[in-house]
Design a protein around this ligand. Structure first.
Ligand code: PMV
Length: 350
């Protein structure tokens, strides 16, 4: 029996949406940046409001790919076309080539170009993983426009081949684990309806970060604390898995906050050191501790940036947001929660 993937329909224009995610156990440090192959398993919560939207329209044979960047498309955003940053265009073009190459191993190789229009529902550089949602939306839109209906495992592996490891986790809703080693697709551990949590993002910095996560992944192994981190991580991961299974927020929160700090401990002790935190980060971390002292169960985590994701339960969301928005260094607060999987529809209208 042949295992060659068959298309489900003829090529045609498609619009896809994919969620971002916030890691509870971080992917930090790559054995190989090309895969990428991580040193450790990671586990994240899929977000709902923070999404990327991408339309892909097949072009006539011989026409070159065309890439358009949109300012915050969808409800509430302007959706206006803006100048796409050159590095973004370059990464997008490379991924389109990768997807055409992938299609050569299917029953319907696709050699033509695409018109791509894409953007995020959240402001750029808000400390939300836009590469995870962006590459997942691009991968889903392009493969669906080629005529394929990918199973999530394949979407996960293909999205990750963009070089954004966290994109492996945006192929599913709910809570998602990406194994280490050569296992290149993530798996869902709990769906979004099983447990709804909130992510209140305190934005203290809107400029682009000075050191990319790619460079951070490369430097991580130079930290003298990297090996002890890996040795301790399996136990923390198990604590997070168990807390998710038992919907035990008081067990989940401390593990998530400890892990968020750990990533930055590794970054700051890398050689050369990488500092993502700003005084605003410290102010938010102190406010989160104050909230807990006042009896509000709220726990902080940060990706490779200064902004702070405060994880809490729905009943506490308003109180957490109110406290954070009042801080001098907080420019704005984004309120998000556990979200569902990516989706696509026919047509190119965003
Ligand atoms: O997917 P990348 O290469 O941008 O790396 C993601 C790194 C973190 O966001 C800091 C952690 C994670 O697991 O999402």
């Amino acid at each position: 029996m042949s295992s060659v993937l068959e298309p489900a329909r003829d090529p045609g224009p498609v619009t896809a949406e994919a969620p971002s995610n916030i890691a509870f156990i971080k992917y930090w440090g790559a054995r190989d940046l090309k895969g990428p192959v991580p040193f450790n398993r990671s586990l994240s919560m899929t977000l709902d409001a923070c999404r990327s939207i991408c339309s892909a329209s097949p072009l006539a044979d011989g026409e070159d790919d065309e890439i358009v960047w949109l300012e915050e498309p969808g409800d509430g955003g302007s959706g206006a076309a803006a100048e796409a940053p050159p590095a973004f265009v370059e990464r997008t073009r490379r991924h389109l080539d990768r997807l055409r190459e992938w299609s050569r191993h299917t029953a319907a190789p696709y050699t033509g170009g695409f018109r791509i229009a894409t953007g995020n529902t959240f402001p750029a550089a808000a400390g939300i993983a836009s590469s995870a949602s962006g590459f997942t939306a691009l991968t889903l839109a392009v493969t669906a426009a080629m005529g394929f209906d990918l199973p999530p495992r394949t979407l996960s592996a293909l999205s990750r081949s963009s070089g954004s490891g966290s994109a492996a986790r945006s192929a599913y809703g709910g809570y998602v684990e990406w194994p280490d080693g050569d296992d290149n697709s993530a798996v869902q551990v709990l769906d979004e309806d099983a447990w709804q949590l909130c992510d209140v993002v305190a934005v203290v910095e809107t400029g682009a970060k000075k050191v990319s996560s790619r460079d951070g992944h490369q430097l991580a192994v130079s930290s003298p604390y990297f090996a002890p981190r890996l040795a301790a991580l399996e136990e923390r991961l198990e604590q997070v898995r168990l807390a998710l299974r038992e919907r035990d927020f008081e067990a989940l929160g401390p593990a998530v906050e400890e892990e968020g700090i750990d990533l930055h401990l590794i970054a700051m002790s890398s050689r050369p050191p990488v500092y993502y935190w700003t005084p605003g980060t410290i102010e938010v971390l102190a406010a989160v501790r104050d909230l807990r002292a006042d009896g509000v169960a709220a726990y902080a985590t940060m990706d490779a940036g200064a902004n702070v994701h405060v994880i809490c339960q729905p009943a506490d969301e308003a109180r957490v947001a109110e406290r954070l928005v009042a801080l001098g260094s907080v420019e704005r607060v984004l309120r998000d929660r556990t979200g569902g999987p990516p989706a696509w529809r026919r047509g190119a209208g965003l």
